[in-house]
Design a protein around this ligand. Sequence first.
Ligand code: SF4
Length: 650
Amino acid sequence: MVNIAGYAGNILYIDLSTGISKIEILNTELQRKFIGGWGFNNFLAKDLIKPERDPLSPENPLILGTGTLCGTLAPMSGKISLTMLLPAFADKKETHHAVATCMGGSRRFGTMLKCAGYDHVVITGRASAPCYIKIIDESVDICDASDLWGKDAYETSDILTERHMGRTGKCGQLVIGRAGENLVRWSNALLDKGASLGRGGGGALMGSKNLKGIVTIGTKGIGIADRKRFLSLVDEIYHEMKETPALRGDPRSTSFYGGGVLSKEYPREIYFKTRETGVACSCCLVPCKYSHEIKDGDFAGLRVPRLSYASVRDFGRRLRIGDYREMIKLIDVIHRFGLDRLTALKMVHFITSLYERGVISTKDTGGLKLKRGNFDAYLSLINKFANRDDIGQFAAEGWYRLSQKVGIDADADTRDGTPIVRGMDTVLDARFTGLSPGVFGEVVRPGRAQHSPQESLLPRGQDPQRDSYFPESKRSFNDIRREAERMGLTKDEMKGVFSSGDFKTGRLEKHAEDMLAVCDSLGVCAEGSGYWWPTRNLKRLAEFYSAATGLEMSPLELKKAGERARNIERLINVRAGFSRKDDKFPLPWLENTKKPVGKALLSDWFGRRLSADDLERILDEYYDERGWNIKTGIPLKKKLISLGLEGFAG
Ligand code: SF4
């Protein structure tokens, strides 16, 4: 079979139980049908993932995918996808788990893996002792990791880099910390010491396989079908980036600086006193993360490879940690353990509130006095999460089991709990943002709602980053229309979604998801929540795909491929037992339809109040736009046939 330019052309299968690896050549027709990365991962998942299995059983695979543009000079093309049966995403009785694909921004891993010759890697089995996988071109080795087991994720990355960096001084790594080793169900893996991968239990999945990490070096390069056309597209984007003020890396501009807009107040010092260098994915000119060094106080000299400014700001306020250096320390410890940062901080907040209300005592917390602002107690609590000590053993099992233990449902506790969908806390919260398409996406999709084309549709006037220095960067209605046009909506689709100054949230969400599927399949970043983002342009992405592969692909064909993969993802989850009954709006949002949070009742993008019936109507519209059965949320035969998925019909 002829290898297509732009692709490495191979899938690598590794069985950790037997130590045997094998290579399968990618099928040309399927490459075009599912693009690559996210899309092709889902295609592989349909046969490889058996939802009836325990997510942490040896047979359950971990499927890694590099995007089609990964390893090329295409801007922001370092995104890696990880598809799995998610340990943390389940129905309330935990009888079935969801299958989803998480994305992470790689600095080297994607390029190295692809240049080693692999578009996808499928790992099954369980090693008899701690190991790591070394992939250097054709050479695939399972190496002893007994000296790494127990080390934190950053240390492990450093050791593997030192050990394997080779002549270039570089290698890609995906590693876990102690939380993954201890099977904390919401632990992540660390990608190239710069990003997390695997929200919902990627770390635990690796830990269940005794797999401490993967290190890779590739030396082969990626072919480009039409170099001239490709490079002119690359030039065009880099030129735009340089000329666009919002993308000059100014940390005060929307979407930059660790996922948040620089606050006018707490904790501005982070930017002015601790920020060091930008941490960017491969081929990205506008790093959205920075490394930091604390210059004074108890933690002087602490260097953190990455930091979420928004987490320091938001949780510093909630936990009443007034010293930004202590918040940096807490977040650094969370990252080193390989815990999911958002979930860990929300659990700290929830457990603190239970302690303050007398629901739990020092007997449950192992002696910790969890008063707000008690930094030392918080540090110990985070250790307990990763090591499964005291209340940490229940927290490690996820929100539902923690709720059972304390006798208070975190989702129903509208004061200090958190909105939960399928077992995981939502990243975005409609009580504060309003229910724009991106936030609504949390209800219908497991595992992928943050940082996406939908986020560019976040509300005007209810921006969660209210103290932005750049209020002019907020989206107007016309911005949303333009964004929809860039996502490739046809005239008819535009008519169905937009009408005289209004749009339908559920219908627009469908198109934003399909666009996201395209970005994730190509491996390009869709992170920017600003009103403009160079790669979030369907026409441009179709040009890139065509120039890279030599397979001419129209924007509509590309979007259809994204939609096809999204339908496969849904079908896998239908097979796992999910349907409309699981696409539930979290209780805190429903409560907010009647009871204000602050002064605000739940509203849509326009700020119009929403009732519980309105929420169901939005869900109806979403299914209808998707061509799914409105009562069940299952793709209709007609839709599957139109996508060339006849084999799934009936
Ligand atoms: S903006 Fe996107 S591509 Fe650039 S560093 Fe951030 S996640 Fe990576």
